[in-house]
Write a protein that binds this ligand. Structure first.
Ligand code: KIV
Length: 272
């Protein structure tokens, strides 16, 4: 039996919860544009994340902090247009929800209204719970994000593994339960010890999707550009590369340059 689903029905937050209940792992990848999202959706991914990692891999920033609400909406619109089956989750960018919960709701409504995505992802637990509750009250589904939270990089100063110490692990577990209690439909756990991630997945009823959080969770997410090998020079232990697109594309571009310079392209059949 194929492990790829032939089910072409749209993935919903409810269906993700059913997948957890029957032990079926959830697949999730980022996408930031129409062409990539068409490929990822067509291949049968369950969830597409329009991640604020676009700040790094699309815009060339060193952190996720500079990307704006307008830029996230621009990218999300293109991804939604391409997606027929996957659930589309959009990251709320840094600065759009951390302060006043009324402003958080206004940002959330803008993303939903303008991009037509399915739901939003926010980084943090107790500190942002008022914003989470207010957005949920408006009927907007939320995916939480705990562990390594790239929007807080300036607080920690590094992208090292989080929640290794007992007090940090206890806080993470508390935050996960708080987000579940508030009504989040799922949770991303980034770069934390596998044992802790497994414990969280066991102790909450909502799906837990890991990145660098081991195999004991309910699903996995990777940044598309990293798993395709489009980016090079970024090799954390948790990253498995499924292609070397950097090399493939470099070779294709070199081949094209050479064909243009040598007048091999275009040939008789490639003109009118
Ligand atoms: O922005 C992003 O790509 C993410 C994933 C790493 C989960 O938040």
């Amino acid at each position: 039996m194929s492990i790829h689903s032939d089910d072409t029905r749209r993935v919903t937050t409810h269906r993700l919860q059913e997948m957890k209940a029957r032990g079926e792992k959830i697949s999730m990848l980022t996408s930031y544009d129409y062409t990539m999202a068409s490929i990822v959706d067509g291949a049968g991914i369950d969830v597409i994340l329009v991640g604020d990692s676009a700040s790094n891999v699309v815009c060339g920033n060193t952190t996720t902090l500079p990307i704006t609400l307008d830029q996230m909406i621009f990218l999300a619109k293109a991804v939604v247009r391409a997606t027929k089956r996957a659930l589309v989750v959009v990251d709320m960018p840094f600065g759009s929800y951390q302060g006043n919960s009324k402003e958080a709701l206004a940002s959330a409504i803008r993303i939903m209204k303008e991009s037509h995505c399915d739901c939003l992802k926010l980084e943090g637990g107790e500190e942002i719970i008022e914003s989470v509750k207010r957005i949920l009250c408006a009927g907007i589904p939320i995916m939480g994000h705990l562990g390594l939270m790239p929007q807080s990089i300036n607080k920690y100063g590094s992208y090292t593994v989080r929640a290794k110490e007992e007090n940090e692990a206890e806080k993470l577990l508390r935050d996960a339960k708080l987000l579940e209690e508030a009504g989040c439909f799922a949770l991303v756990l980034e770069k934390i010890p596998a044992k802790l991630a497994e414990q969280v997945a066991r102790e909450v009823s909502i799906p837990v999707i890991g990145i660098g959080a081991g195999g004991g969770v309910d699903g996995q997410v990777l940044v598309l550009h990293d798993m395709l090998g489009l980016t090079n020079g970024f090799s954390p232990r948790f990253l498995r590369r499924y292609a070397n697109m950097h090399e493939t594309m470099t070779n294709a571009v070199k081949h094209y340059i050479s064909d243009v310079k040598s007048c091999d392209f275009p040939n008789e059949q490639e003109q009118y």
